[in-house]
Ligand binder design. Structure first.
Ligand code: CO
Length: 449
């Protein structure tokens, strides 16, 4: 058992509102309490990356880079953390190395101190570029293990992965349990094994989706986890993280007491309770998301299951829904057990739907073919010759780092943007355009008004 204080990363400015309120929190909602947040003594505040970048431009008419700079001006002591999808940056496909490098350098220059880097398939080759850039920028690199359950994701597999990430230069390791699948006892076992085998701080990140995260955090703390991710209560629980104030209260007086002041946290929570009400009204959002232990069977968040059901209804095939539920885990097994996180969750869901509606592997979406061709990276488990042949015939499967096939893009993007009327765009704008071209162009046009 550890004897140090448990450190807290506050997620209310990123994952909290991304999980509960479609990432709609505005900079103006944050500004009144940033100084107070800076005084709490959080280990870090997660405030950038994930879906915030896209949403800023798409829905809030905010420049994500400007938001970052403003946050940095007000958060003088507490490091700002961001979430980065490795070679995918913040998008859904691989980018060239020069774009990844520039994005990471500029993120740090504009205010990010810590970067959590992950790859949907846990293929470390898709993380190399961003690791190198983060090293160059002298940022804290947090290598993330994407947590899932399968025969190829045993505790020992995660220990091996964490060792690789340590060798690549991680300063800390995060367990990223995006669907809230980790059980308290597995959390204990995994954190213990990581602490024994990797000499780096271990950070626990989960979601309350299945109702287990608070228990998993406590067991992770007992096993020696150094840092846990929590959100202030108005943006906690349900599909978000456990509540900051509750965890602080649980550990109070214990040998791993966080040392954080509950009064300060309560005042912050009061502010965000009002913000939540405002956002629900302003954007007509539904914040009453039930926990969904079914996620443990299907590994797909409930929202996605109901989307698939709606799709089948539209096709007049709703009677096949039970078949779909059975098909989903089969497809995942056929494809070598990818963790189900963006973009693999959507891909596996679509493939399973097609199989049920049109016959197994008769209609195959292109992204699934690319996945089998190795273009998303190495799959955790094997694919049988039979399945591979059905999906890609005799196409070649690559065994090298997928981004090796991508030529430098940055200069072209700059030229493209100049052709569209922005000849002297700052590098930050070029990067916004690189990651979300259409959204960025619309945003640039609106910003000019
Ligand atoms: Co999360």
């Amino acid at each position: 058992m550890g004897t140090k204080a448990v450190k807290i990363m506050e997620t209310v400015l990123r994952d909290g509102h991304q999980s509960l309120l479609a990432t709609r929190m505005r900079l103006s909602d944050m500004l009144p309490v940033l100084e107070a947040m800076d005084e709490v003594g959080y280990d870090a505040i997660e405030a950038w990356g994930g879906a915030t970048f896209d949403t800023c431009m798409r829905f809030l008419n905010e420049d994500p880079w400007e938001r970052l700079r403003t946050l940095k001006r007000h958060l003088k002591k507490t490091p700002i953390q961001m979430l980065l999808r490795g070679q995918n940056i913040l998008g859904y496909s691989h980018y060239a190395d020069d774009v990844v490098r520039e994005f990471v350098l500029r993120s740090v220059e504009n205010g990010v101190s810590r970067i959590r880097i992950f790859d949907a398939l846990n293929d470390v080759r898709n993380m190399e570029s961003s690791f190198k850039a983060a090293q160059e920028a002298k940022a804290h690199i947090q290598g993330a293990l994407v947590y899932t359950i399968s025969p190829y994701h045993k505790v020992s597999d995660y220990v091996q992965l964490a060792k690789k990430l340590a060798d690549m230069g991680s300063h800390s390791i995060a367990i990223k349990d995006m669907s809230g699948l980790i059980s308290p006892y597995t959390a204990y076992e995994l954190v213990k094994a990581l602490k024994e085998n990797v000499k780096l701080p271990i950070q626990m990140h989960s979601h309350c989706t299945s109702g287990m995260a608070s228990m998993a955090y406590l067991k992770a703390v007992e096993a020696g986890a150094d840092i846990v991710d929590t959100a202030l209560s108005p943006f906690a629980e349900s599909t978000s993280q456990p509540a900051t104030e509750s965890l602080v209260a649980v550990l109070k007086g214990n040998e791993r007491d966080t040392g954080l002041d509950s009064d300060k946290l309560n005042k912050l929570a009061d502010h965000f309770r009002v913000v939540k009400k405002d956002l629900i009204k302003a954007f007509e959002l539904n914040a009453a998301i039930d926990i969904d232990p079914k996620v443990l069977s299907f590994q797909l968040p409930g929202g996605m299951l109901s989307n698939l059901l709606n799709q089948m209804k539209q096709q007049g095939a709703e009677d096949k829904y039970p078949e779909l539920l059975a098909e989903m885990p089969r497809v995942r097994a056929d494809l070598g057990y990818p963790p189900l996180v963006t973009p693999t969750s959507q891909m596996v869901g679509t493939m399973a739907t097609f199989n049920v509606m049109f016959g197994r592997y008769t209609t195959i979406p292109e992204p699934i073919k690319d996945m089998v061709r190795g273009k998303y990276g190495r799959l955790p488990g094997p694919i049988s010759d039979e399945i591979r042949h059905k999906i890609i015939g005799d196409d070649k499967v690559i065994d090298y780092r997928p981004a090796n096939d991508i030529k430098p893009q940055f200069e072209n993007l700059k030229k493209e943007l100049a052709d569209k009327g922005y000849p002297n765009a700052p590098i930050e704008d070029v990067l916004s355009y690189a990651v979300f071209p259409d959204v960025a162009l619309t945003f640039f046009a609106n910003r000019a008004k």
